[in-house]
Design a protein around this ligand. Structure first.
Ligand code: THU
Length: 136
């Protein structure tokens, strides 16, 4: 499954709309019921409204009524060439913490289908402010 997610994330890079940074990112999110939601980064001339690939995938799923997730793979690189791991930005980590268990949800950062690292969300966002903090 990890390799499938990485493959789908790599495929998503071609849809990336990144005319300002030329940094193309793709993500693939696996829900607990076995669906895969993909996403790419979508930039904007006003910069602020830009959206990362991970959040695109998460928001697509949530907007279709799916909120329970197992893992997400993310890949990215300048001009669409993957040279290194692409770790999720802080905002995406916080969005993951809204919907995903810090101790269980896995984030896969990959250079290829064979070369990847797996993190628990809690490792990427220690001491997170989360729905639990809000009593939910
Ligand atoms: N980006 C992502 O889509 N995900 C990440 O994890 C890091 C950064 C995007 C945002 C922007 O379009 C471009 O990469 C450069 O920061």
């Amino acid at each position: 499954m990890i390799e499938t997610l990485i493959q789908k994330a790599i495929e998503q890079m071609k849809f990336s709309y990144a005319p300002y940074s030329n940094f193309k990112v793709g993500a693939a999110l696996l829900s607990k019921d076995g669906q895969i939601f993909t996403g790419c980064n979508i930039e904007n001339s006003a910069f602020g409204p830009s959206n990362c690939a991970e959040r695109t995938a998460i928001f697509k799923a949530v907007s279709e009524g799916v909120r329970d997730f197992k893992m997400l793979a993310v890949v990215g690189g300048k001009d669409g060439v993957i040279e290194d791991y692409c770790p999720p930005c802080g905002v995406c980590r916080q969005v993951m913490a809204e919907f995903c268990d810090l101790d269980e949800f896995q984030v896969i950062v990959a250079k290829s289908m064979k070369d990847y690292k797996v993190f628990r969300l809690g490792e990427l966002l220690p001491g997170a402010f989360s729905p639990k903090t809000m009593g939910r």
